[in-house]
Every structure is written in structure tokens, then in C-alpha cells.
Design a binder for this molecule. Sequence first.
Ligand code: COA
Length: 162
Amino acid sequence: MLDTGSVTVRRARQEDLDAIVALWVELVEYHHNLDCRLWEAAEDGTLTYREWALESMGEPRAAVLVAEVDGEVVGFAHALPGRAPASMRERAMGVIADVCVAPGHRNRGVGRRLAEAAISHFVEQGMTEVMLSAAVGNEGAVRFWRSLGFDPILYSMHRPLA
Ligand SMILES: CC(C)(COP(=O)(O)OP(=O)(O)OC[C@H]1O[C@@H](n2cnc3c(N)ncnc32)[C@H](O)[C@@H]1OP(=O)(O)O)[C@@H](O)C(=O)NCCC(=O)NCCS
């Protein structure tokens, strides 16, 4: 791993929203290119994501985090309190909804710093578990999450109907 000394991870501010949305677009396109069965952004997806991120920034139990290198936002993570499905017992669980590091800044420990900051946030909130989803074909991300102590517990199944 390369030097990570110049990376700062901090809470996102409103002025980071353009960079966050650009990284979200990168994340969605990366997944759709990996497997065309995965979600594609809606026409107003960037606007909707911006609003959602802004809402999370004002929600104490959520955290939108950015990683900066030399004053440039190069990664973000969106962490949310989890909700049990209807009729299931609530658990003190956090959900990492999105993490993305800009392509030119990967494999330098930025993603790890973001994930660790999201986990620290959940611990501060009294949460005792964390959950996330990763695409089956995203082998690098699966290794990334495994290196952070995550284990797969669910398969998400798909079949086309036409
Ligand atoms: C997955 C992602 C967030 C990882 O961020 P990163 O900054 O590149 O990862 P780091 O440099 O912090 O790596 C942390 C660990 O994961 C491992 N890792 C990261 N990417 C990996 C890859 N593509 N293949 C194998 N291992 C990988 C590293 O080896 C490292 O392990 P170590 O600490 O034991 O050396 C980043 O590659 C990314 O944004 N990918 C595209 C979007 C995406 O897939 N997001 C996650 C969706 S679930």
C-alpha cells in the first residue's frame, strides 16, 4: 500500500455535494459496466442523490464522509442507520450505503479510511453491527470488505422475465 499520510477523512459539507454526486455517478456506472443487470441512474438521479446526501448530512444518526487529498475530494462514504424489515425485530445496525474512491486514488488506503470512519460513527451511535451489499462480480470490493472483517450472509438473486 502507498503512503496515506496526506489523506484527511471528515464530515461532508454542502460545498462537497458536487464532488459527492460525481463520485456517485462513477459508482453507478462502474457497477452497471460490471453487470448490466445492476441499477442504472435515473434521469434525475443526480438531483435525487444530492437531496438524499444533504438530508443525511442533517441526520445525526447518519454520516456522509469525504476523503480529501491536497484539498481535493477523492472519495466518499454514505453511512445510515439500518431499519429492520416490517415485522422483524429492530437491531442496532448501521448500513454503509455507498463508498467510492476516484479511480486515480484507489489502492492507497483511502477506502479503508472511509470505511473505518463510517464504522467509528456507528460505534459512537451505539450500533453493534454493520451491513452492506456488494455486487457478486465486484471481486475487488469483496476482497476490500473481507479485509475489513466483513463476511457475506445473503445472496441477492435475479432472473429476467422476458
Ligand atoms: C472498493 C474501493 C472503495 C476500495 O477503496 P481503495 O481506496 O481502493 O481501497 P484501499 O486502498 O483502502 O484498500 C483496503 C484493502 O482492500 C484491498 N483492496 C482494495 N481494492 C482491492 C481490489 N480491487 N482487489 C483486491 N483487494 C483490494 C486492499 O488490498 C487493502 O487491503 P490491505 O489493507 O490488507 O492491504 C474502491 O476500489 C472503489 O471505489 N471501487 C469502485 C466502487 C466500488 O466498488 N465501491 C464499493 C461498492 S461495495
